[in-house]
Design a protein around this ligand. Sequence first.
Ligand SMILES: CCCCCCCCCC(=O)SCCNC(=O)CCNC(=O)[C@H](O)C(C)(C)COP(=O)(O)OP(=O)(O)OC[C@H]1O[C@@H](n2cnc3c(N)ncnc32)[C@H](O)[C@@H]1OP(=O)(O)O
Length: 162
Amino acid sequence: MKTDPTLNETLHKTLDERASHCFGCGAANQQGLHLAFVIDATHPDAPRATAHVQLTQRHEGPPGYIHGGIVATLLDEAMSKLNRPLKVLAMTRHMEIDYLRPAPLHQPLLLISRHLRREGRKLFHHAELQYPDGSVLARGKGLFIIIDERLLARAGLTQPQI
Ligand SMILES: CCCCCCCCCC(=O)SCCNC(=O)CCNC(=O)[C@H](O)C(C)(C)COP(=O)(O)OP(=O)(O)OC[C@H]1O[C@@H](n2cnc3c(N)ncnc32)[C@H](O)[C@@H]1OP(=O)(O)O
């Protein structure tokens, strides 16, 4: 049986290295958004993440504005960045979004997320896309589920013990 020649290489990379093509934040993804977050873990149980965003016509939906699916990606990515400071691996299970105003292209915007609460494996996060003056363009609430070792292995995401 033939094996994929890239498989062995993939298995020997850490999860962080394998996330380098993440569409939201991966440095190696040339088509990605390259979001760079600053994490504030002053309160370890209530971390916050912030990123500056300025998108171009590549991500256009309505003329002059960011596509709604990309807005969802921004909010999802911002919320996912709260998992590491909480010292867990977790994936988005449910997300809801209020698109309050069209989000403009070519303008500096702020992406801000915060952890709300934890109930067992369930993490409840919140995120906003804002103008620099704090007025809100879109708001998201997310349910992230903490992934245990068994599920990591099933998803092929186990970090090899070598
Ligand atoms: C891994 C590191 C990589 C991170 C990259 C970050 C990228 C940015 C974030 C993403 O976009 S991740 C990609 C999008 N997400 C996915 O692809 C996840 C796909 N879903 C799954 O793989 C599974 O559903 C998942 C592993 C998340 C959970 O599967 P489980 O079988 O472990 O969950 P389960 O069905 O038992 O639900 C867990 C709990 O949530 C509850 N739940 C589920 N849906 C709910 C809902 N909609 N509202 C409220 N509660 C809900 C459910 O009742 C249950 O509650 P209890 O623990 O109290 O019993």
